[in-house]
Design a protein. Structure first.
Length: 313
């Protein structure tokens, strides 16, 4: 019982840490104005791949002996759905429909992942998680409502197209969260950290493929100083968000059941909002405070349900 409680506490701490680091990603466009989402994706994931290759090189041969063809295929589609494709879909949705619509759709990630996780063997029944899911949905609605109340400079069509891209991003990251959690449960000879580095190498390869596309579609018009800052931001995102954040997420995925892992995604939204308040140098609005409270209650409710189930077991 005590061991299970400690695992849960450590898993929640890792989930919070991952959310805190992933929330930094939303500051990147503000730090490097003038660069497109595709260029940001190439910079971040290209650097992620390079750093991953350097870190994994000393034990490359020993590690490869444990990686099967099935594992390599999993790494390819997890990298695509969880990094490259997801980032592209979210960026396009924001450009077409704005942050309000996109954040409202993406905010349902915890609900979707938790519902899927409830089908796993031995998982907490969905009816027991209903209060937590309701609080999560209410918190997400508050965030979306607040975002819709803000003025948006975009005008014209593209709203339905943006909605479709946002739903696509929701599907892509749900597939990644569920697939990655189940892969980590299946492989025991590869650590979560090494799995993250392998994911980074594969994602870096995908970023290299996108470079000719970016050059063809997006002419380079930046100064040397702008490229230097772009490199600094890309390196920071690779180390903090992609290396450290994903490592913490993989650790949480191994310590917690999928029904709880889904709830941990909420911390990314919370920390992203916190960083936005600091960047904009303002206090949160009443609706944003309510969203914070509802999301926190959702996570605590989910933890309480799992704690009671563990006690009965």
């Amino acid at each position: 019982m005590a061991s299970q409680t400690n695992r849960t506490k450590l898993g929640i701490a890792c989930g919070m840490g991952a959310g805190a680091l992933w929330g930094l990603v939303f500051l990147a466009p503000e730090l490097v104005h003038g660069f497109t989402p595709l260029q940001l994706a190439i910079g971040r994931y290209g650097t992620y791949g390079l750093v991953s290759a350097v870190l994994i090189m000393p034990r490359w041969r020993r590690l490869c002996a444990h990686v099967t063809a099935r594992d390599w295929w999993a790494l390819v589609w997890l990298s695509l759905f969880g990094n490259t494709l997801y980032y592209y879909l979210v960026s396009t949705a924001v450009q077409k429909s704005g942050i309000a619509m996109t954040s409202l759709i993406i905010g349902f990630l915890p609900v979707v992942v938790t519902i899927i996780g409830s089908r796993d063997h031995g998982a907490v029944p969905l009816r027991a998680l209903a209060p937590s899911l309701a609080l999560c949905a209410a918190g997400t609605a508050c965030i979306g409502w607040q975002a819709m109340a803000l003025p948006d400079a975009r005008s014209g069509g593209g709203g339905m197209v943006g909605l479709l891209f946002a739903v696509g991003a929701l599907v892509a990251w749900t597939a990644y969260a569920v697939g990655n959690s189940r892969c980590l449960a299946r492989i025991h000879q590869i650590s979560g950290h090494d799995w993250n580095l392998l994911t980074g190498m594969v994602t870096g390869g995908q970023a290299l493929v996108l470079i000719p596309v970016s050059i063809a579609l997006e002419p380079i018009r930046h100064s040397g100083a702008q490229w230097l800052r772009f490199g600094e931001v890309s390196l920071g995102l690779a180390l903090l968000a992609s290396i450290m954040g994903a490592a913490l997420w993989n650790r949480a995925s191994r310590l917690l059941p999928l029904t709880m892992v889904g709830q941990m995604i909420l911390f990314e939204t919370l920390f992203a909002l916190l960083y936005a308040f600091l960047w904009e140098q303002r206090w949160p609005k009443p609706m944003e405070v309510m969203a914070f409270a509802l999301v926190a209650a959702s996570v605590l409710s989910c933890v309480a349900v799992h704690h009671r189930r563990a006690a009965v077991a």
